[in-house]
Ligand binder design. Structure first.
Ligand code: ADP
Ligand code: MG
Length: 255
């Protein structure tokens, strides 16, 4: 569904993305993990066409994204920091989005609007919302049009525990439908029950991409946080497994 080929992006002297190649497939819940500043948001924004890479290509459903911007309709995006017109009321925002998409209320997914009780704040201007409430609005928007791909950048950051559970439940539901979900989070325990694949980034480079079972086997840890910690400390059982991971399975050359 999303194919990323040799993407690089530089901000002046800083190499934010360094030759990233990866393919993400329907049904995967990919947890994009890495320290602050490792390039996670830049990669996500590149997929969405909000950052233009210096090199490389990105395909969504086999079409290059620099063509028709309509591919964006396939993606529900929850930004790390949502920016909205300050004076627009919450209710107006949802109305406007539905108008743009020509979708009436019944055709859209109002699950999060309902469970986050956003109707209560429909009359409030966006600028008056707290960070957490803004996150709830961003989440509700990401799921609104039942997109086949969800890209969620730190979705639970700033949410209270109840809201966080509601959102995780919703993500799990979408996973069951076989959607492709790309999610970043610093709260690794939030990702445990969701993740099928891990993509780890550092200094703009992709350090590894693997499915969760392999990661658990290689590290002997079931919890994502512990498994990642072991890898970062170089404590994995098979020292060459990262190299092996990049060996093409067939005779197909990927690099
Ligand atoms: P992450 O999401 O992993 O924390 P980011 O992708 O946000 O990392 O940032 C990667 C690096 O690129 C950081 O050092 C950040 O400061 C830098 N960066 C991101 N966007 C810009 C920009 N628009 N201009 C300059 N530097 C940027
Ligand atoms: Mg980020």
């Amino acid at each position: 569904m999303i194919r990323i080929e040799h993407i690089s992006k530089r901000f002046k002297k800083l190499q934010a993305l360094d030759d990233i190649t990866v393919q993400l497939i329907k049904g995967q819940v990919v947890s994009l993990i890495g320290p602050n500043g490792s390039g996670k948001t830049t990669l996500i924004k590149s997929i969405l066409g909000m950052v233009r890479p210096d090199k490389g290509k990105i395909f969504v459903d086999e079409s290059p994204i620099n063509g028709d911007p309509d591919y964006r309709k396939k993606i529900g995006y929850m930004p790390q920091i949502g920016r909205y017109p300050d004076n627009m009321k919450v209710g107006q925002l949802f109305k406007m989005l539905r108008n743009i998409r020509n979708a009436d209320e019944k055709e859209t997914d109002s699950f999060l609007i309902k469970h986050f009780e956003l109707e209560k704040i429909f009359e409030k201007p966006m600028r008056t919302l707290s960070g957490g409430t803004r996150q709830k609005v961003s989440a509700a928007i990401a799921f609104l049009f039942d997109p086949a791909i969800l890209i969620l950048d730190e979705p639970t950051a700033g949410l209270d525990p109840l809201a966080s559970e509601i959102l995780k439940g919703k993500i799990l539901e979408e996973k069951k439908k076989g959607k492709l979900i790309l999610i970043t989070s610093h709260i690794l325990s939030d990702l445990d029950e969701l993740t099928t694949h891990i993509m780890y980034m550092q200094d703009g480079k992709m350090q590894f991409f693997n499915d969760i079972e392999t990661l658990q086997e290689e590290t002997g840890e079931l919890r994502l946080g512990k498994a990642i910690a072991r890898i970062m400390k170089g404590e994995k059982t098979d020292k060459n497994w990262i190299d092996k991971m990049f060996e093409p399975e067939n005779d197909e050359k990927i690099f």
